[in-house]
Design a protein around this ligand. Structure first.
Ligand code: HGY
Ligand code: MN
Ligand code: MN
Ligand code: MN
Length: 401
């Protein structure tokens, strides 16, 4: 019987030679394609029939696809320099849970599938949960086709290179209608389970979460030949935006605002940039609170731009309102597991997208560091195995009759 840890180790070896700066694997890039091939082989070795849907999500079926299916899974892509558990733990735990159920002689009474969603992190094309949003119809396919990665490659070009037909990107109501419920296992991104001294928990809610791209426009010029009084330097308002984001979030209980990416163009050491792109990630316990944070930041951005003789354009790149998981399913599964704690998460998930369409739940596995989206992200082997056995019990409960 395979363990989640041994599968994680095998997965981490895939494309490891080409992963720069940690666990960087993004939607449909070379390494991601290798990860998908690894999953397809592992699923095939378990007798699961693997299909790719029109958006590049992988579906590994135990039995023929059919209505009222129990679906589990997560994602294999990561953020730049991310940890090894965010996404992969949910995928390998699903495979290990299938092994455990088989070893117990379990046969599902309902179709059961393990799914790998494409580009959950939005690390390449900028929209998180890309594959699940396209599947659910909550992301416009025409807009998605034109999304560009930092090298200017469109999603249409990337999926074509990965062997898919971009004309088919879009909602899959027939496929989604087969799904009776979805359960995603995920490493906890925080210390809730550590503080509760519990190896496994269930999710209660996900923060409202959006991403905005602010582009400051100034005048490119020479770093040495241009006196300060003659400058229209977009880096000035961009720098003030970073601080304004922290201030705005600090004034709303439970809110977070982050600038993790700031790109001056052209980006020369001795060049005053002509434009600076700043990506804002803002989240809060509610829609109104998130909007309040962003409105404060945008107002400050306009003011700072004007003070420097610059302009700013603002574009909302993605948005998802607060997700509250179905309490009936959540409590039912917590009961199946003998009573595990329910806790909120600040991190977004494909489960948050599917929860808007079908009964959905999440299982969390304890992360002793609480850190995520960084190499320090961790889950102890014993807790990973607790997660697998919890997922196996939940799947047996849901698909057993
Ligand atoms: O950004 C998030 O919360 C998730 O990891 N995509
Ligand atoms: Mn993540
Ligand atoms: Mn994740
Ligand atoms: Mn020169």
């Amino acid at each position: 019987m395979t363990s989640a840890t041994s599968l994680l180790g095998a997965l981490a070896d895939v494309g490891a030679d080409r992963v720069r700066g940690g666990y960087s694997r993004h939607g449909f890039d070379r390494v991601d394609v290798e990860l998908r091939e690894w999953f397809t082989a592992e699923a095939g070795a378990r007798g699961l029939g693997v299909e790719t849907d029109r958006n590049g999500n992988l579906w590994a079926w135990w039995g023929a696809p059919g209505p009222n299916a129990v679906v589990t899974g997560s994602h294999l892509d990561s953020v730049p320099g991310g940890g090894a558990f965010d996404g992969p733990l949910g995928v390998v735990s699903a495979l290990a849970a299938v092994d455990a159920l088989r070893a117990q002689g379990f046969r599902p009474a309902r179709p059961l599938a393990v799914v790998v969603f494409a580009e959950e992190e939005g690390g390449r094309f900028g929209v998180p949960c890309l594959g699940s949003r396209l599947l659910a119809g909550t992301l416009d396919a025409d807009r998605a086709r034109e999304l560009k990665d930092p090298d200017g490659t469109t999603l249409a070009e990337a999926v074509r290179a990965a062997g898919l037909d971009p004309r088919w990107l879009g909602p899959e109501p027939d496929l989604l209608s087969l799904v009776g419920c979805f359960v995603e296992l995920h490493v906890e991104q925080g210390r809730g389970l550590v503080d509760l001294d519990a190896p496994v928990g269930v999710a209660s809610s996900i923060l409202a979460h959006g991403r905005w791209r602010l582009t400051f426009h100034g005048e490119g010029n020479h770093a040495g030949a241009t006196p300060l009084a003659d400058r229209r330097d977009p880096m000035m308002p961009a720098a003030s935006l970073v601080l304004a984001a922290r201030r705005a979030a600090g004034s709303v209980p439970g809110a977070r605002a982050t600038v993790g990416r700031l790109v001056p163009t052209p980006g020369g050491t001795n060049v005053i940039p002509s434009t600076v792109d700043v990506w804002l990630d803002a989240r809060a316990p509610g829609d109104a609170d998130t909007r309040r944070v962003v409105d404060d930041v945008v107002a400050a951005a306009h003011e700072a731009a004007e003070a420097e003789g610059c302009t700013v354009t603002v574009r909302e790149e993605s948005y998802g309102d607060t997700v509250v998981f179905d309490s009936g399913l959540r409590d039912e599964l917590a009961g199946v597991l003998g009573g595990v704690p329910a806790l909120p998460t600040g991190a977004g998930h494909d489960a948050g997208v599917l929860a808007q369409r079908i009964p959905t739940a999440m299982l969390f596995v304890r992360n002793p560091t609480g850190v995520s989206h960084a190499p320090a992200e961790h889950a102890e082997a014993a807790d990973c195995e607790s997660g697998v056995s919890a997922l196996a019990r939940v799947l047996a409960h849901l698909a057993g009759s």
